[in-house]
Design a protein around this ligand. Structure first.
Ligand code: NAD
Length: 316
């Protein structure tokens, strides 16, 4: 099987590439190494694969996919991970997020149609549930009311994927990821930036009183969920939550980091951000029953694994 992955040099993408190469699949990555965070980190993420015969890297913007001749091959599937992430920056850069995430995705679908790729797996986000009170969030919640520009782009892409797949006859599976963490994590994400600050004796700024909650999901579990979605063929279009299924407060997260970094954090409290949900919590029943998805890594174990990776990275 030959799989095309957009955004394959990023956090989730590079973990996925490693897993799929180990399964014997051929992988082509399209990534433009954008400046959202250092491209050096992304090059380091994929460094180990560069000598692998079954790995191909194409450094282009996804907007150019339909008009390039550099992406060759007969692909059995496309996994679409490329996007600008992060809720907070999207508040300041609404138009840029729309242009990259929505218009970029439109071009990815145009490429899929032009090249008759039979299936797309899309990286959606728990943020599209907004602040829905129907907790734990299940896939049928309607209407969806995202509260940030980033989340809105993800909802538009899901809707576009459903529409295009029906019209142009390709399978479309949308996976709503819940706060992914683990090795090669994005430096803007809280577990990473908090760890950096704890180790450097710098204060951590907490938005709100520390009671906001997240359903944190270890990246290896997410990668297995994506693999299960690759194999899934019961329906032509479908949506699944990929989360652990348990929510932890911000203060609990900091305490768990302190435990595994063996160091106390210095805390500063500031106002919460209205575009961020108070609590995210995945109902994983559908993914369990239909996709055979089970997240094995509990939060304490996952944070321990992350901290080991992080401390080791800081030493080198
Ligand atoms: N990390 C999470 O907690 C989380 C949660 C929900 C959803 N997601 C989604 O999962 C996907 C992967 O997230 P991640 O955390 O690995 O992010 P990431 O930023 O590490 O990876 C995204 C990759 O896409 C690439 N990219 C960006 N714009 C591009 C463009 N125009 N053309 C080609 N490549 C481009 C980037 O260079 C980067 O390597 C994203 O779609 C994200 O929105 C992530």
């Amino acid at each position: 099987m030959h799989v095309l992955i957009t955004g394959g040099a990023g956090f989730i993408g590079s973990n996925l590439v490693r897993f799929l190469l180990n399964k014997g699949l051929e992988i082509t990555v399209v990534d433009n190494f954008d400046e959202f965070y250092s491209p050096k980190i992304k090059f380091a993420n994929i460094h180990d694969f560069l000598n692998c015969k079954k790995f191909h890297l194409i450094n282009i913007d996804m907007h150019n996919l339909p008009n390039t001749s550099s992406v060759n091959g007969k692909f059995d599937m496309l996994i679409h991970l490329a996007s600008k992430g992060g809720v907070r920056l999207s508040i300041k850069q609404k138009e840029i997020y729309h242009e990259v995430n929505v218009e970029g995705t439109r071009q990815v679908f145009n490429y899929v149609i032009k090249n008759n790729i039979p299936k797309v797996v899309f990286a959606s986000s728990s943020s599209i549930y907004g602040n829905s009170k129907e907790l734990p969030w299940h896939e049928n919640i309607s209407p969806l009311q995202p509260i940030s520009p980033y989340a809105f782009t993800k909802l538009l892409c899901e809707q576009m994927g459903m529409e295009y797949s029906k019209k142009h006859n390709f399978d479309f599976i949308s996976l709503r990821f819940f706060s992914v963490y683990g090795p090669h994590m994005r430096p803007d994400l809280a577990l990473y930036s908090f760890s950096e600050k704890i180790l450097n004796n710098e204060p951590i700024r907490l938005f709100g009183d520390g009671s906001s909650m997240r359903d944190y999901t270890y990246v290896d579990d997410i990668v297995e969920g994506i693999y299960n979605a690759i194999l899934y063929n019961k329906k032509k279009t479908d949506i699944f939550n990929l989360g652990y299924g348990k929510a932890h407060s911000l203060l609990e997260m900091v305490n768990t980091l302190e435990k595994h970094l063996n160091k106390k954090a210095i805390l500063e409290f500031t106002n919460s951000i209205k575009e961020e949900a108070d609590k995210t919590w995945a109902n994983t029943e559908k993914a369990k029953q239909t996709l055979n998805f089970i997240a094995h890594t509990d939060f304490d174990t996952g944070v321990e694994l992350f901290c080991k990776w992080f401390v080791n990275k800081c030493k080198n």
